[in-house]
Design a protein around this ligand. Structure first.
Ligand code: ADP
Ligand code: ADP
Length: 215
């Protein structure tokens, strides 16, 4: 199974991806998670990406395309792309690599959420720096406040989840990423999901949509 999850920051891409990969046994390829790991490792790519990420802008396409094509090649039995592609040139770069490999994407899952629902999701997001599990202070609480359920230790708040940076990321999404859905319109099946519902209801709609595509 090869899927692309699209949607604004805070739409629930990471949350839903974790559930999809569990059910369909695919790799979760999150460009944001890979970039954060590069930063934590102090790599050249991580250093180059830092200022763009902290301000809520996009890391340049050439860096991202190379990074994600490498990740895709390491997941031959299937993957769910989360946070990539975020621009039309990135989508074109992915298509070229897929064509070369004789592969195609099974479906695009678009999570739709109004801007008005995003800010509280982002400022309430907490994540585990060790295992990547994502929580929310109200919508998805860990069993013990501030601690990862997988016994990894304390949860952290991402530096780019502050109101100012979230506002910039939403602007970036509308200016550069929203067009990616249009790019895929006649290329692959698109599942449009109302992601402005409780997390389990979104998952149920995603699974129902994927099953109806498979039939
Ligand atoms: P994205 O990967 O699209 O940025 P996340 O999956 O990290 O989004 O979710 C952002 C925050 O919103 C997290 O704290 C998550 O727990 C919470 N969240 C995700 N989906 C929902 C939902 N359907 N309703 C309410 N909160 C949600
Ligand atoms: P979100 O919660 O908004 O989905 P991510 O974790 O996907 O956030 O991304 C965090 C930051 O990493 C983005 O604001 C951006 O600076 C950078 N980034 C992630 N994916 C890409 C991409 N495909 N192209 C350019 N920049 C990216």
């Amino acid at each position: 199974m090869r899927l692309i999850l699209l949607g604004p920051p805070g739409a629930g891409k990471g949350t839903q991806c974790k559930r999809i990969i569990e059910k369909y046994q695919a790799a979760h390829l999150s460009s944001g998670d890979i970039l954060r790991a590069e930063r934590a490792a102090g790599s050249e790519l991580g250093q180059k990406a830092q200022s763009y990420m902290d301000s809520g802008g996009l890391v340049p396409d050439d860096l991202i395309i190379d990074m994600m094509i490498k990740a895709v090649k390491q997941a031959p039995s299937g993957y769910v792309l989360d946070g990539f592609p975020r621009t039309v040139p990135q989508a074109e770069g992915l298509d070229q690599a897929l064509n070369r490999a004789g592969e195609k994407i099974d479906a695009i899952v678009e999570l739709q959420v109004p801007d008005s629902a995003i800010l509280s999701r982002m400022t309430g997001r907490r994540s585990c720096p060790k295992c990547g599990q994502v929580y929310h202070v109200e919508n998805l609480k860990p069993k013990v406040e501030g601690q990862c359920d997988n016994s990894c230790g304390p949860l952290v708040q991402r530096k780019d989840d502050t109101p100012d940076v979230v506002e910039h990321r939403l602007k970036t999404y509308h200016e550069q990423t929203a067009a990616v859905v249009g790019y895929y319109k006649d290329k692959y099946p698109i599942l449009t999901i109302n992601a402005d519902q409780p997390i389990d209801a979104v998952t149920a709609d995603v699974f129902a949509g994927l099953e109806s595509l498979a039939r």
